[in-house]
Design a protein around this ligand. Sequence first.
Ligand code: 3HC
Length: 662
Amino acid sequence: MTNSDELLFSTCVSGRIDDGVLVVTIDNPPVNAASAAMRAGLLGAVHAANNDGSVKAVIVTGNGRIFVSGADIGEFGKPPVDPSLPDVLEAIEQSAKPVIAAINGAALGGGLEIALACHYRIASPAASLGLPEVKLGIVPGAGGTQRLPRLTGLAVALDMIANGRAVKAAEALASGIIDAIADNPLADALGKLKSDEKPSFRKTSDLAVQAESTDKLEPIASKIRSRARGLAAPLEAVRLVLASATTAFHDGLADERNTFIRLRESAESAALRYVFFAEREAAKVDGVKDVAPRSVKKIGIVGTGLMGSGIVVSALDAGYHVTGVEQTDEAAQKGLERIVGLLERNLKSGRIDEAGLAARLSRLSVSGDFAGLADADLVIEAVFDEMAVKTGLFRRLDGIVRPDAILATNTSYLDPDLIAAATQYPERVLGLHFFSPANIMRLLEVVRCARTTPDVLATGLAVAKKLGKLAIVSGVTEGFIGNSIFSAYRREAEFLVEDGASPEAVDAAMEDYGMAMGPFAVFDMAGLEIAWARRKRQAATRDPSARYVDIADRLCEAGRFGQKTGRGWYRYENGKRQVDFEVAEMIDQARSSKGIVPRLVAAKEITDRLLAAMASEGKRLLGTGVAARAGDIDLVMINGYGFPSHKGGPMYQAGLADSPAI
Ligand code: 3HC
C-alpha cells in the first residue's frame, strides 16, 4: 500500500497509509462501541497490514472524543456474530507488524482491552482508562483480567477490575498501563515511528505477572468480596485476576471468556444493562430537546439546615458561587459552621485537598441578609416543609431576586404549584427535590410544575448534571415519584405486620432480597413524625372503608419517633438496633383490637407483596403522567431508596418496563 486515499475496512473502520504506517481510525458514533462491524473492520485492517510488505507498523485510534467505549452493549442479547473481540485481539497481539494504540479519549471495557493487546500505548492527558464491566454484571471478556495484571501487578488490577474503577492517563502511566502521554497521541505515534529511537514494542501476554504477597492482596480482595453483597461479577473478577499469576495466559483467557459468557446471560447482568440504558433514556425529557438552558453561575440557597447545607456543599463541589441565607445572623453562623464541617470531613477523607477547600470557601458566603440573593441566577429553598412558610418565602423572594432568576423548591410533600402561585412569575418555579445527605445522594427529582417553562426545566436539568446528579423529571403529585412509591411500600409493610409478620422479619426479607435496609429500619432512620403528621392531615378525607393500620400512630403517641429518640419500630442502644418487646406487645394489641389472628407470613410473600405494591403505585404514576417512563421510576427507587440495581427496580421486576433488546 502506498500513501493513499481512505481505505475502508468496514462501515466504521477506515485506514490511510502515512509513510508506510497504516493509520486505522474507528468511527462508530456516538461512542465508538466495538460492534460486529467494528470488530470485522479492525481484523481486516490487521490482516491487510500483515499481507502488505510495504506496511511497517499500524496505529489504531478513534475518531472524536472517545477511543472505544467497549463492547456494544446493545448486542449482548442477540446471537453472537464473528469475529469475536478476543479473536481480533489475538490477531493484533500476534501481528508481525507492531501495533500502537493512540488513545485519543476514553478507553473503556473492550476499548481498553484493544489497547492492552497492542504493542505500545500512547494516551491523551484527558483519556480515562478502565474496565467497568462489573457494573454491568459481567467480567471483562477479551483479556482484561489476564493482560492488565501483567502490566500493573495484581493489586492495581484487582482494584480497577473488581471495583470497575477507571483511571486518568497520569495514573495509567504511573501504574504501567500506558507507555506515554501526548496531547495528540496519533501525531506522537507517527513521530515516534519516524524517529531513529523506535518505541520498545512488546506483547503484553509475554510478560510475567509479578508475585505479590498475600498480605498485600488479601485485604483488597476481602474488601471487594464484602462490598459485593452476593453479586457474582466482582467475585469472579477477583478469582480471574488472581488466577492470572498462576495460570498459563491462554488458559486464563479461556476461563475469562467462559465466565464472561455465563455472566452475560445472567439475570443480574440483564438488569444492570437495563439500568444503564434507562439512565440514558431518563436524560431525554419531553419538551426540552433543543431548548437552551439559562446560564447559572451563582446559586442562592435559603435555609442552611441539614438539607440546605448539603445542597450548598454539592453546589460548591460543582464549582458554583453560592450564597446561603438564613433568617438571622446567628442561624447563618450555625449554617456556616455546618457547611465548613461537611467540607472538612471531605478534606479528612481525601475527597478534596487543602486547595480545593480554599477554593470552595472563596466561592461561599452565608448571612442573615436576604439582599445577598439579589444577583443569584437560581435560588433553591430548603426551609421548613410547611405551606405557609414556603409561600411566604417565595412572595418575599419576588421582591429581592432578579425577574429572570429561577426559583426552586425542595419540598418533599407540598404542592409546588401552590408554592409557585404565591409568586408573581410562577413560570420560573420548579421543584428540585434533593435526597439527604444532599452532597452524597445521586438522585435529584426535578419537578415540572404546571407553569414551569421549558427553559426553566432545561436549566434545572443542566444544573443537576453539573452537580453530578441523576436527574429524574417528575410531575406534580403528593410525594412526587419516590415518596409516592415509598408511601405504598410503607402501607403494605404495615399490612404485613398486622397480618402476622414481625417488623424484623419484613426487614430481613427485604434485606435478603437486596434492599440496602429493610423498610422499618428506614422508617426509624428517617423519623416517624413526618408520616404521622401527613396521616393526621389526611384523616378527614381518608376513605373510611380503606384498610388503615394505626400501629405507627400508637408508636408516635408513645413518643417513639425512631432512631433520634432511641425508640421507634426498634429500640436503639449505643446506636445498635434491637428488637423491642414493647413494640411486639403494641402490635399484638393492634391486631386483637381488629380481631386479626396473626398468621405466619413467609419471606416470599413479604417480598412479593412489597414489590407488587411498589409496581402498582408505579403504574398509577405512569397512568397519570407523573412519571414519563417505567425506567425513571426504577432509577428513583435504585438511587434514592436503596433498591438493588442488579434487580433492575420494581417496574422491571413486574415486567412493566419496556427494556431495549438486552
Ligand atoms: N455500547 C452500546 N451503546 C453505548 C455504549 C456501549 N458500550 N456506551 C454508550 N452507549 C450509548 C448510550 O446508550 C447512548 O445512546 P443514546 O444516545 O441512544 O442514548 C450513547 O452511547 C451516548 O452515551 P452516554 O450518554 O453515556 O455518553 P457520555 O458521553 O455521557 O459517556 C461513556 C460516554 C463514558 C462511554 C459512557 O457511555 C459509558 O460509560 N459507556 C459504557 C462503558 C462500558 O461499560 N463499557 C464496557 C462494556 S462491556 C465490554 O466492553 C465487554 C468486553 O470486556 C468484552
